[in-house]
Design a protein around this ligand. Structure first.
Ligand code: SF4
Length: 710
């Protein structure tokens, strides 16, 4: 028996763990008290991660679909040889654009996999690379491109006086605003030293319960609320005048654009008191240090890019960026995330570049190609139609908008290859399912959280931290599972393709090791990987240049407070409020997404320890709504939008405000993806449909219904 340190990869938080090894298997997992970032923190999912490795549902070898729809296990050689031949045939008949790839959440946890699948897509010449980033929070990178990135990064939570969270619940989601590394403890410590917390959320979430001010608004009202806060700040002269004058452009246009959003005008539609909007604006502006950030829900609601743009604007108007001479919390250890210079960086394109999609006039974006349009790219005949799809670590059938269309698209493909450790809802439609190594069966580095800083605001490690974990266990005896990278390396070999990363060709005769690939991936890191490996509990690697440098005297760039597309959209929202065009239909509830402690997306719902905590996917609604609709706690309900209908078990929850139903996404058989209309009302830049604040009818189900839900 031995105890070893580990990096959790059940979710994006990559907690530092201690695992007990017995006879080559892991028997117990706890948080690592000696880890300087996580300080012993872990959650129920991470503490049961080893059960996922040994799950009876796990696939131990590649599967090939028979003509009757059932699957047969085959060797990796046979599966990859056939996949290579079929891909080559499709490329020959339809060209490179006919082969697309979708990387889901779990595809990003393996950097070596990212390298080889990108190399393989480069080699076949296909631009059709999609990811979950464009059906999650595409507004963050897109709005950052419109607004500009600040070279020294945002002010840090650790020394903030105020924190504004818009639709974020980091105590459960591990995302946004409060560093997701023991967030409850960090919030507790911050409040003890005087931090003021403002939360805008339709639910009295675990985080909102700790807030000094909670604006429990109706869903989808974040844009008017943020515009109203800006209106108060400009009207009362609470902005950071020096910063605005020196570092920004467009402040006067923004002030004019938010002028119609008086608190009184916004209050009725948003369902909050005008005085609370004023109080939130004043508290945030008073700072003097702090940060505003947003979560997934508002990003998925209408005007998601504009919402994130206004969050950036709020920070900028209040000067909430690290100034010259101040400490830069984390410039990066494995990557260089910030230049460390207190300046607006050179602008980059938000949209309108790269591959043009054949549907809805969408293009590539700062967040990537719009995934919400991929089903149509598969179903729409003509030049460039997608005929083959590779899905890595994702579950499109439960996560892409418009589930019925997604199903048709998956079923119409000539070739669907899914890399997944279980026969997921999507994998069951695949021609081949490749079973991967996963979790502790591969080495890991904490690159994910450093990369997350692309989202811009108080996300990512708050200090220069990094950890490496070697392979801890081998896959089960008799299995044939491949690392993600090996799948694409072998496909390259079968197809006779030379693969390369950053212009450096791979040796296609002798496969590299995962460790060698990781070395190559972080070759430009500030701290060499060999040094990080010396610290099994992870470590802080202080930056020799910890202070932000001043910008050159002739630096020409400024943060943009009045991007034309955003100002035009603000005017449209203002007009809607004036005419009550978006007023709520009282016969409908508004559906919002949520995270549950014992669940992460569509993964591992069958693990006994998690199932014991949450056996089904409850639809949480306010008791007053339930009484009005004749629904009792535990009853099966139907939730119907214009796009589809799902059933769920009602859970009466006073923390959900009236007029709202709150349910987690990605569940089988009742995925909220079935309720999303992907063709109307989508965000014009990102292509993201309305996936939150969706108007739905909720009613008691008529037929005997609980079967399959619990
Ligand atoms: S929050 Fe839980 S699931 Fe996520 S990395 Fe940490 S222990 Fe793992």
């Amino acid at each position: 028996m031995a105890e070893v340190t580990a990096i959790c990869r059940f979710c994006h938080a990559t907690c530092g763990l201690v695992a007990t090894l017995e006879d080559g298997r892991i028997t117990r997992i706890i948080g690592d008290l000696d880890n300087p970032m996580y300080r012993g923190y872990s959650c129920v999912k991470g503490r049961n991660y080893h059960a996922f490795h040994d799950s009876p549902q796990r696939l131990l070898r590649p599967q090939r679909r028979r003509t009757d729809g059932s699957f047969e296990p085959v060797s990796a050689d046979l599966a990859l040889g056939e996949v290579a031949a079929r891909t080559q045939d499709i490329l020959h008949r339809h060209g490179p654009r006919s082969v697309a790839m979708y990387g889901g959440t779990f595809s990003h946890f393996c950097p070596a996999g990212v390298m080889l699948r990108e190399a393989w897509m480069d080699a076949i010449g296909s631009p059709m690379r999609f990811s979950n980033a464009t059906i999650d929070q595409p507004g963050k990178p897109i709005s950052m491109a419109l607004h500009g990135k600040w070279g020294a990064g945002p002010q840090d939570f650790t020394d903030s006086d105020v924190c504004l969270l818009v639709g974020a619940n980091p105590l459960v989601s591990m995302w946004g605003g409060i560093p997701s590394f023991n967030p409850a403890q960090r919030l507790h410590e911050a409040r003890k030293r005087g931090l003021k917390l403002i939360v805008i959320d339709p639910r009295r979430t675990e985080t909102a319960r700790k807030a000094d001010l909670h604006l429990q608004c109706l869903p989808g009202q974040d844009v008017p609320l943020l515009a109203a806060m800006l209106q108060v700040i400009f009207t009362e002269g609470l902005q950071d005048r020096d910063f605005v004058a020196e570092e920004t452009a467009g402040a006067a246009e923004l002030a004019a654009a938010v002028a119609p959003f008086t608190p009184e005008r916004v209050a009725a539609q948003a369902g909050v008191a005008a005085e609370d909007i004023r109080a939130a604006a004043r508290l945030f502006a008073r700072g003097p240090r702090g940060n505003a950030t947003s979560g997934t829900g508002p990003s998925m609601a209408p005007h998601g890019v504009l919402m994130d743009y206004l969050v950036l604007a709020l920070n900028t108007v209040c000067g909430r960026w690290v100034k010259a001479g101040e400490r830069v919390p984390n410039r990066g250890v494995l990557f260089r995330q910030f230049s460390g210079v207190a300046r607006a960086e050179k602008p980059r394109a938000a949209t309108g570049f790269g591959e043009a999609l054949r549907v809805r006039g969408l293009t590539d974006t700062a967040a990537g190609l719009p995934t919400a349009a991929l089903a149509d790219e598969i179903l729409t005949p003509g030049d460039g139609q997608v005929k083959a799809l590779f899905v890595i670590g994702g579950n499109p059938l439960l996560s892409w908008p418009n589930q019925a269309k997604t199903r048709r698209a998956l079923e119409s493909l000539e070739l669907l290859v899914v890399v997944d450790p279980v026969l997921s809802a999507t994998a069951r439609h695949a021609h081949y399912v490749i079973a991967p190594r996963f979790g502790f069966e591969s080495p890991a580095i904490t690159f994910g959280n450093e990369g997350i800083t692309v989202y811009g605001l108080s996300i990512g490690f708050p200090e220069p931290y990094a950890q490496y974990q070697p392979t801890l266990i081998e896959p089960p005896a008799g299995s044939e599972v491949l690392e993600d990278w090996r799948i694409f390396y072998e496909l390259g070999r079968y197809m006779g393709l030379p693969l390369a990363f950053r212009g450096q060709p791979f040796d296609m005769q002798t496969p590299p090791t995962t460790d060698a690939l990781l070395e190559q991936f972080v070759a430009r890191s500030r701290v060499p990987l060999a040094e990080i490996k010396q610290h099994p509990h992870g470590a802080l690697f202080p930056d020799p240049k910890p202070l932000a440098e001043p910008k050159p005297a002739d630096w020409p760039h400024r943060l943009q407070l009045a991007a034309p597309a955003m100002i035009a959209e603000l005017a449209a929202v203002a007009a809607d409020i004036a005419t009550a065009a978006t007023a709520r239909d009282p016969s409908r509830l508004l559906l919002v997404s949520r995270r549950e402690h014992a669940r992460y997306n569509s993964v591992a719902h069958d693990l006994p320890a998690l199932k014991k905590r949450l056996a089904y996917n409850p639809a949480h609604l306010n008791p007053a709504d339930a009484a009005r609709l004749g629904i009792i706690d535990g009853a099966v309900v139907e939730i119907e939008s214009g796009a589809g209908c799902i059933r769920a078990i009602a859970h009466l929850a006073p923390d959900v405000r009236e007029g709202v139903v709150s349910i987690a996404h990605g569940f089988e058989p009742a995925s909220t993806a079935a309720l999303v209309d992907d063709e109307h009302g989508y965000e014009p830049l990102s292509g993201l449909p309305r996936m939150s604040a969706v108007p739905v009818v909720v009613r008691a189900a008529t037929a005997e219904p609980a079967r399959g839900l619990a």
